[in-house]
Design a protein around this ligand. Structure first.
Ligand SMILES: [Zn+2]
Length: 124
């Protein structure tokens, strides 16, 4: 989940944690985060706490894909005539040609239309 969802969604992990329970937060910009989530998935399955097709595991798999893609996108050198955007629906990052109609192009992640230009130099 994105930070704002984690804090506002009543069923998020953070909101389901007991008040005195320890928690550990992984940031999407942390290069070690995808491998840490992969290890968590493997251990959950090994312990019999989850099956690979459980919604919780599939969400974690999608988290790895999204975070890895955003980490790679943050490393991409700006292409002349293109600007970094974020999808209004799924908040996925992308690069679009810098034309007035470009923000209306379908999102590569979710297919919805509508992007917001990010300021120059913005990283994930
Ligand atoms: Zn999208």
């Amino acid at each position: 989940m994105r930070k704002h969802e984690e804090l506002t969604n009543p069923s998020s992990c953070m909101n389901r944690a007991r008040d005195d329970e320890w928690t550990f937060v992984l940031l999407g910009r942390d290069a070690a985060a995808p491998a840490a989530v992969r290890a968590w998935i493997e251990e959950r399955v090994r312990l019999g706490k989850n099956r690979r097709d459980d919604a919780q595991i599939l969400e974690a798999e999608r988290w790895i894909v999204t975070v890895t893609a955003e980490q790679l996108a943050a490393k991409v050198v700006a292409v002349p005539g293109h600007r970094k955007t974020v999808c209004k629906e799924c908040h996925g990052l992308g690069y679009l040609e810098d034309t007035p109609s470009s923000p209306d192009e379908p999102c590569c992640n979710c297919g919805s239309t509508g992007h917001v230009w990010l300021p120059d130099g913005t990283t994930a």
